[in-house]
Design a protein around this ligand. Structure first.
Ligand code: SD4
Length: 330
């Protein structure tokens, strides 16, 4: 097929796409090329939101969510809230290729990854992530992901126990706290991104992968859409693939990538399938930030987004280098 191989990725993560392209053009499988691409992004700490050193949680810790899916076998491997290991996408591939499971979480995911030979334990914090967290922790009435709970006595600096209970009348900023929850945080502040990548290899097989360090100042233990098949990414060899990015807490309730691929299976064009999946979420959550890219087996691709302007990257044989496409919000 003259349009193969093909690499598509969320955001202008050009170096990651080049890395995946290098692999797939040299004959690697779709799965291995996706891992190559996402791995490059982890090493480059793309946008500070992939790999180590970004998106500290309420305790200042960075954790990693990642997934890989083989569109031929429908096998999936994923890790969620993984600590102490840099290599999210490689850990996900180990889960897929060396276990009967789909998803490992937290410290047990790290232990598995290390037992299989990945480097660790490693401190995933960076000076930037610690500095960001320290500022947030010491500021008053920090935007965060808690709702309907308020500081016990005042809007003083962050401490977990201050955030349990009902609104306190003495807190003059209680109203403000109520509105600075996760949704408005995402709208107002650029707080997260994700690499979600699809590759069609020379044999015409499709795979997808995702890697992210999730949302900034999340509650420890939070898992986003990154490691959820059908949410952050999905692939069916005979149909195509989808990659997603955005507010994972909301998006994972809709499995938008499953929706996109299923719509294409039923005959929808990529553009319509992408717009339909995003519109379904926006109807219920008008403040949500998110985007999907749909890719069909013909190599046709299209994006749709809500709440922000979205960019995605593509490399095909017809393109001299990676091309970045811009999508305006619905
Ligand atoms: C998450 N979906 O953890 C990821 C982050 C992201 O654009 O994609 N942001 O919610």
């Amino acid at each position: 097929w003259e349009e193969y191989p093909l690499v598509v990725s969320t955001w202008p993560f050009v170096e990651a796409v080049r890395a995946a392209w290098g692999a797939v053009d040299a004959g690697s499988s779709a799965v291995d090329s996706v891992v190559e691409g996402c791995s490059a992004c982890e090493e480059l700490r793309c946008d500070g939101t992939v790999g180590p050193g970004g998106s500290p949680d309420e305790n200042g810790e960075t954790t990693i969510d990642a997934l890989v899916m083989d569109g031929v076998t429908m096998e999936v491997g994923a890790v969620a809230a993984m600590r102490y290991v840099n290599d999210g996408i490689k850990a996900a591939r180990l889960v897929m290729q060396h276990t009967e499971h789909t998803l490992l979480v937290g410290e047990k995911a790290s232990a598995f990854a290390i037992s299989m030979g990945l480097p660790g334990p490693t401190n995933l914090s960076s000076s930037e992530s610690i500095e960001k967290w320290a500022k947030w922790k010491d500021s008053h009435c920090q935007p965060n992901f808690r709702k309907n709970v308020f500081p016990a006595n005042s809007c003083g600096p962050y401490h977990p126990s201050n955030y349990v209970g009902l609104p306190d009348e003495t807190c003059s900023n209680a109203g403000q706290m109520q509105t600075i929850n996760s949704r408005s945080l995402h709208v107002g502040v650029h707080s997260h991104d994700t690499i979600s990548m699809a590759v069609i290899d020379k044999m015409g097989h499709i795979a997808v992968g995702t890697s992210t360090n999730g949302a900034t100042f999340k509650i420890p233990g939070r898992v986003g859409d990154g490691p959820i098949a059908g949410s952050s990414a999905y692939a069916i060899d005979e149909v195509g693939a989808c990659c997603a990015t955005g507010d994972g807490d909301v998006m994972m309730r809709f499995l938008p990538c499953y929706q996109v691929v299923e719509s294409m299976r039923l005959g929808m064009e990529p553009k319509l399938a992408a717009e339909d999946a995003i519109a379904r979420i926006a109807r219920k959550f008008p403040g949500f930030l998110g985007a999907v890219v749909a890719l069909n087996k013909k190599g046709e691709h299209a994006g749709a987004c809500h709440g922000w302007t979205f960019k995605y990257s593509v490399k095909s044989p017809a393109m001299e280098d990676v091309k970045v496409f811009t999508v305006l919000p619905l």
